[in-house]
Design a protein around this ligand. Structure first.
Ligand code: NAG
Ligand code: NAG
Ligand code: NAG
Length: 486
């Protein structure tokens, strides 16, 4: 048996067979509602007035009219003057700081009253808990009644750093799915002091670092408790196939290009919840290890439409000269192929143990991989074809792992039943989640990397697409491959 065949068999077996203690549902929602402000808390205006002169016009043909039902009335308890349409409120990000579970709702359509929100983790109510706008209603209001240019427009996945700050990227876009996208403000990196609940820093990403197809859906922070002023933010551009690096100290950003940030052409097929579709998302989320002996971290990354894992040292990324040189030589490494159906949205690393958790969108599952062990030891932590449809955000906070699942393909291509449970935040202790999987225990001291023939994506056409797409095969004569193994 040669290696590719062995891996194809072994990887699938491992992914299928090993199961940890899994996750438990922490919060669930059938539809997203908000803790509405007191009457008069937000200036009242009719919906028509509210959007008068606005750039954004929603296309009523986008969703079947049955699904729109009640869109323009203020059912669901929203006070007059707040634009709310429950069918358009799909949570996309979850993160935790102390007793706050942050939930973001990007403005992919109209009718999203607030994009950044939280619920108290210790809430006794666990189902359909109303979201509380964070840091307050005023900053989340769209359109911004005061025209300050500072209001939050649309946030996807947010980061919390060890200096008690919440970092976000505001795409600045109101997206009307598959129709018009309107830029309301520049793409903005923002920092909120979690002790004072104030936005303490804003940085507009220069427009020459943004592409017409840019998608800035996550942010990862590189900092320690002792170097809070010298933080770096890494913002993957999943639609523009690049990585934006921001230095807080220099208040400056630069954009990095590399072929590994692109989609993998044969790995863009998704089959979720009875819907088949093709996505072209490139580099999607990036994950940082603990500090290495040279004082820098490794940054792992992957494309959503892809099954490979890559890494690069932050020593390269943080130095603009090195980061933007046209030929990167050996700076970026291929770790290997995770195997068929391993397309991953968000991932995160538990730094003390080096265990990475991955959201396997094509398997309705969360996986783990101990980065000290070979990539082939990747294991399923939990899989649930009914309750874990579209694992969308994943965060490690302290020694706990949190996963948000949001049934998004059903929203995009089918019809969500807003009386069934659609959105879930799952959690568990890291150690319990990986118990019994190949991720627990200490790995070999040999760093994760290539094994002969175990990696690579199909580069030869054999005329059988489904075969080619579902089975990892070696690169042909790949220089990259040899160099990394040696
Ligand atoms: C999108 O923009 C075009 C051109 O501005 C306009 O004709 C069209 O009506 C808009 N569609 C929607 C859904 O807003
Ligand atoms: C950082 O840069 C932004 C430009 O996007 C500017 O508005 C802001 O004042 C700068 N902040 C500091 C602290 O220099
Ligand atoms: C960035 O890397 C270049 C090339 O190795 C080096 O000359 C320069 O000193 C580095 N810059 C910083 C700020 O470390």
């Amino acid at each position: 048996m040669n290696y590719p065949t062995l891996c194809a068999a072994l990887c699938l077996a491992l992914i299928g067979a090993v199961s940890g203690a899994g996750l438990r549902e922490e919060f669930t929602w059938s539809r997203i509602t908000y803790r509405w402000p007191g009457v008069g808390g937000v200036a009242a205006a009719s919906r028509a007035k509210r959007y008068a002169g606005s750039l954004v016009v929603e296309d009523p043909t986008l969703v079947p009219s049955e699904q729109i039902g009640g869109r323009f009335d203020d059912a669901d308890g929203a006070p007059e003057g707040i634009d709310y349409n429950h069918v358009n409120n799909i949570p996309m990000g979850a993160n935790v700081w102390r007793n706050k579970l942050f939930i973001t709702v990007p403005r992919r359509r109209l009718g999203v009253p607030s994009t950044l929100n939280y619920v108290p983790l210790d809430s006794r109510q666990k189902h359909n808990v109303p979201l509380i706008p964070y840091p307050n209603w005023e900053v989340n209001t769209y359109p911004d009644p005061t025209n300050s240019g500072e209001n939050l427009v649309s946030l996807y996945r947010v980061a919390v750093d060890p200096c008690d700050r919440l970092w976000f990227v505001d795409t600045g876009l109101v997206e009307v799915l598959s129709a018009n996208v309107s830029r309301i403000r520049p793409a903005t990196i923002g920092i909120i002091d979690l002790h004072t609940d104030r936005i303490v820093h804003s940085f507009h990403i220069p427009s020459d670092q943004i592409r017409p197809t840019s998608g800035l859906a996550s942010i990862t922070i590189d900092v320690t408790k002792n170097t809070c002023d010298d933080a770096y933010a890494y913002v993957p551009d999943l639609g523009g196939y690049g990585l934006i690096v921001y230095s807080l100290r220099e208040n400056r950003s630069w954009r990095i290009s590399h072929n590994y940030f692109y989609l993998e052409p044969l790995a863009g097929e998704f089959h979720i919840s009875g819907h088949d579709f093709q996505w072209n998302d490139g580099v999607f989320s990036v994950e940082l290890t603990s500090l290495r002996s040279d004082g820098y971290r490794d940054l792992y990354f992957h494309s959503m439409a892809g099954t490979h894992m890559y890494k690069v040292s932050t020593r390269i990324l943080r130095n603009e000269t090195l980061a933007t040189r046209s030929y990167h030589e050996h700076d970026f490494e291929v770790i290997g192929d995770r195997g068929a159906e391993s397309q991953t949205s968000s991932a995160d690393i538990h730094q003390p143990t080096g265990v990475m958790f991955l959201s396997l969108v094509n398997q309705n599952a969360m996986a783990c991989w101990n980065t000290h062990k070979p990539l082939q030891t990747i294991s399923i932590v939990q899989k649930d074809d009914r309750r874990m449809i579209y694992p969308c955000d994943l965060k490690v906070s302290g020694d706990k792992v949190y996963l948000l699942t949001n049934t998004m393909p059903e929203f995009l291509y089918g019809r969500l039943d807003y009386d069934a449970t659609n959105f879930r935040v799952w959690s568990n202790d890291v150690a319990s989640a990986v118990a019994g999987t190949a991720c627990s225990g200490r790995g070999s001291t040999r760093p994760a990397g290539h094994r002969p023939g175990s990696s690579g994506y199909a580069s030869e056409s054999n005329g059988d697409q489904s075969y080619a797409a579902s089975r990892p095969r070696p690169y042909r004569g790949s220089r990259t491959y040899r160099r990394i193994y040696e």
